[in-house]
Design a binder for this molecule. Structure first.
Ligand code: PAP
Length: 316
């Protein structure tokens, strides 16, 4: 890690020259938001993205898993990992039994001392498409993106950020910030559109998934994911019920109730694993947002997405 200190120092200096604003999501004056290539970041998260751009070398067989924050990262990682390793591990031997799914995929950022099972899966975590390392695009490796209906994503992000912060941002203030685009890795709509447009331009290389589709028809979506990743389920596997077994293993209730996800910490992100499992429902926004809030956010969604041919079921 020490040999990277010089590079990191240069990156830190560069970050200080970027446009910045107070981060009212966590109220910490020592950790403002910085804007880079159109998106807002906490400085230590931006360090990692800038480091990746300078140093990460992708291999054509890599599979990048990307999500906006709270777009379904934990679930996508688990499903993709269980799918590509299904002939290597089963429900009693899977590393997912003892590791949060973020720790089962290879990191793209700074070299990490943690042991990661060998798979083609790379966790790009929340890097916007425009900021992915050039070598990922040049290598032609596959990218899977999963995102979520904006109201539910906002509510999930608000809960998550509050649980990480001493100073708790109110729902109203966070809502205002989110709609202005000033949210972690925001503007959210631009994050989604970057990958959406890429999936239209390069459908063989970019798979665009929605959390809601994954909830409503998990088995079909997992089959699509497997096919895209180059490891389709065979007719025999389907007859043997392998898809259902995998889907049940990665279900919210099953993973949330594992000891590692009740009491453990992510090695990569030092976050308490239970924070990655809250409700896992579609439509929790109805328990939080006023009618005015709903209308405002839906209007932005409509304005931003409809002309690009992207739709979400905003009523549920
Ligand atoms: P991250 O981006 O910080 O890693 P991420 O996994 O994207 O978090 O988001 C967590 C959301 O996914 C939570 O949603 P909620 O706040 O609305 O409840 C979490 O409950 C949900 N989630 C986690 N695991 C699963 C799963 N296996 N199935 C369905 N939803 C899940």
């Amino acid at each position: 890690m020490e040999s990277h200190e010089g590079d990191l120092q240069l990156i830190r200096e560069k970050i200080k020259t970027l446009p910045s604003k107070a981060n009212r999501w966590n109220g910490r004056s020592d950790m403002p938001f910085y804007q880079f290539q159109g998106f807002w970041y906490k400085p230590f998260l931006l360090e990692s993205i800038m480091w990746q751009q300078d140093h990460f070398v992708a291999h054509p067989s890599d599979i990048v898993l990307a999500t906006p924050q709270k777009g379904g990262t934990t679930w996508l990682n688990a499903l993709a990992f269980a799918t590509v390793t299904r002939n290597q591990f089963n429900g009693s031997t899977s590393p997912l039994l003892t590791n949060v799914s973020h720790d089962c995929v290879r990191p793209l950022g700074l070299p990490s001392p943690r042991e990661v099972p060998k798979t083609p899966l790379l966790g790009a975590v929340h890097t916007p498409y425009v900021s992915l390392p050039k070598s990922i695009l040049a290598s032609g490796c596959k990218i899977v993106y999963m995102c979520r209906e904006p109201k539910d994503l906002f509510v999930s992000q608000w809960h998550f950020q509050r649980s990480l912060s001493v100073e708790k941002v109110s729902l109203e203030e966070a809502f205002q910030l989110f709609c202005e685009g000033l949210s972690p890795y925001g503007p959210y709509w631009e994050h989604v559109l970057g990958y959406w447009k890429a999936s239209l331009e390069r459908p063989n290389e970019v798979l665009f998934l929605k959390y809601e589709d994954m909830k409503r028809s998990t088995a079909d979506q997992v089959k699509k994911l497997a096919e895209f990743m180059g490891c389709p389920f065979s007719p025999e596997e389907e007859t043997e019920g392998k898809v259902k077994i995998l889907v049940d293993f990665c279900s919210f209730d099953n993973l949330r109730n594992l000891e590692v996800n009740k009491t453990g910490h992510s090695k990569e992100f030092k976050v308490s694993n239970k924070l990655y499992y809250r409700k896992g429902d579609i439509g929790d926004w109805k328990n939080h947002l006023t009618r005015e809030m709903q209308e405002r956010i839906d209007q932005i969604t409509e304005e931003k997405f409809t002309s690009c041919g992207l739709t979400f079921d905003i009523a549920t």
